[in-house]
Design a protein around this ligand. Structure first.
Ligand code: KIV
Length: 262
């Protein structure tokens, strides 16, 4: 059953919320089958799938394409669509962008930072909004942890409160000290979802490529539950070898009964 914004608010303090990113149909299908209640189609797609140096290269068309693919794989899961860089530059541009992502299949929209006028305008127009504070990659100068000084921590606490007050139903907190993740989580009535924000947030999100061990760099706060890059290497090497020795396709008759099954 697809959860609504209100369902996630009700879940705060009751049951932790697992969230994974997804960008493609088969991955989304597996995530839904595993019972993950919310998928983020993040603009991380630009870095982990498209080979860009920055999420700033992601366009609204890229996001529509990936949200559509994820929706086709996960029909019954709440999908958050990320507004790419500058597509939330002002309330009117943000609303037009958000409508495109909702039409592509998103149930709610995430945007980075304390753009309170934008959040209020989206909410007033019936778009459920997820905030994002702490490290905000679209505008950050580096990917280092933020909120280390008391002034910066207070800035993030104030921003989190303001994002909630503007009408967001959920807040992603990225790469801050665990104590700050706890303080914000305790002070808000909406659920916080941490990524490198300690164990006390109301939920945790991982980029699926990091969780699968797909790629060649994973942030220190992530966990690799598998090593997909190694699997790709193994598959490709075996394939090369078998084609060159003409074992494949002669040997596929040995593998009876697997075609069409996972
Ligand atoms: O774009 C994204 O995937 C994100 C997560 C890192 C939270 O914003």
């Amino acid at each position: 059953m697809k959860l609504s914004a209100n369902d996630f608010i009700q879940r705060k303090g009751v049951k932790p919320i697992p969230m994974l990113t997804a960008y493609t149909c088969p991955v989304a299908r597996g995530i839904e089958e595993a019972g993950v209640p919310v998928i983020l189609v993040g603009d991380t797609v630009g870095m982990v799938e498209m080979g860009f140096e920055s999420t700033r290269d992601v366009t609204i068309e890229h996001m529509e394409y990936h949200i559509g693919a994820v929706r086709r794989g996960a029909k019954d899961t709440h999908i958050i669509g990320d507004l790419p860089y500058l597509t939330d530059a002002n309330p009117e541009i943000a609303l037009a962008s958000a409508k495109r992502l909702m039409a592509a299949g998103a149930d709610s929209i995430k945007l980075e930072g304390g753009k309170l006028d934008v959040i209020k305008h989206l909410v007033a127009n019936g778009i459920p909004v997820v905030g994002h504070t702490g490290l905000t990659p679209q505008t950050a100068e580096s990917f280092k942890k933020v909120g280390n000084t008391s002034e910066d921590a207070q800035r993030i606490i104030d921003e989190a409160q303001a994002i909630q007050d503007a009408g967001a139903f959920m807040l992603v907190i990225e790469h801050v000290p665990a104590t700050l993740g706890l303080t914000i989580t305790q002070s808000l009535r909406i659920p916080t979802i941490g990524i490198g924000a300690g164990p006390d947030c109301d939920g945790q999100v991982l980029v699926i490529n990091d969780a699968m061990g797909l790629g060649d760099y994973w942030p220190p706060f992530s966990k690799q539950y598998a090593h997909a890059s190694r699997t790709i290497l193994k598959v490709a090497r075996e394939f090369v070898s078998e084609v060159e020795t003409m074992e494949f396709p002669n040997n596929i008759l040995q593998f009876t009964g697997t075609a069409g099954k996972r």
